[in-house]
Design a protein around this ligand. Structure first.
Ligand SMILES: N[C@@H](CCC(=O)N[C@@H](CS)C(=O)NCC(=O)O)C(=O)O
Length: 213
């Protein structure tokens, strides 16, 4: 059976949780206490050298990390990952966009906001992440003005990946109200079969107010 390495407040891990639910993938879950240094233990770094979640271990012992790599691997052969080379490349385009423009901006700002670390971060860095986050939402809003899902007519792992942090922008202090097409896409994703509504605040882990090891 597949082993899934999870940490509940992580929206990177949520991506995998959502896909597993929608594809009904049987798995065992192991929770990694990233704020207690468990991620940096030699045992876990053999699973993911960065020490981050999510990661998976296949039944044959092979391990895979990086949320978007896990999504594309698990979705292979399903409707969530196209087979046409160009359509696959479009999915990869938006998965790369997600890491650079969404996860690295809204993800960081949300984490710092929800764990009261924002004020201790360099103001220039916060401003630059905020500007890129807003640019990302503007781009997505424009994309969703002409199509229901990011790669066209069909829901793919690129939608799952983008949804994880972009839909939580309000928790990073960014109002979604100006992004009407984007908001309609959020609702569309939330209506897909097997959608997982549970989101876990960092406050469920008292250690999350400290810094990562
Ligand atoms: N690019 C990675 C980022 C993973 C990541 O930053 N995970 C966070 C939780 S959201 C984590 O485990 N941080 C602990 C650490 O980096 O030591 C992905 O998409 O999976």
């Amino acid at each position: 059976m597949l082993t899934f390495y999870d940490y509940l407040p992580s929206q990177n891990a949520f991506k995998v949780r959502l896909l597993q639910s929608q594809l009904r993938i049987p798995h065992d879950t192991k929770y990694v206490s990233i704020f207690s240094g468990e991620g940096q233990s030699p045992e876990y770094r053999r699973i993911n050298p960065t020490g981050a979640v999510p990661a998976i271990r296949l039944e044959d012992g092979r391990v895979l990390a990086e949320s978007n790599a896990i999504l594309t691997f698990l979705a292979e052969g399903t409707d969530f990952m196209p087979s046409d080379p160009f359509e696959r490349a479009k999915v990869n385009q938006w998965l790369s966009f997600e890491q650079d423009y969404v996860q690295n901006t809204i993800g960081s700002l949300r984490y710092w906001t929800m764990t009261s670390k924002l004020d201790s971060r360099p103001a220039d860095l916060v401003r630059s992440k905020m500007a890129t986050a807003i640019k990302a939402l503007q781009i997505l809003d424009e994309e969703f003005s002409s199509k229901p899902f990011i790669c066209g007519q069909h829901y793919t792992v690129a939608d799952i990946s983008l949804y994880a942090y972009a839909s939580r922008a309000d928790e990073a202090g960014i109002s979604l109200a100006p992004f009407k097409h984007f908001e309609r896409w959020v609702q569309r994703v939330e209506r897909t079969p097997g959608f997982v509504a549970e989101i876990y605040p960092y406050s469920i882990d008292p250690r999350s107010s400290g810094e990562l090891a």
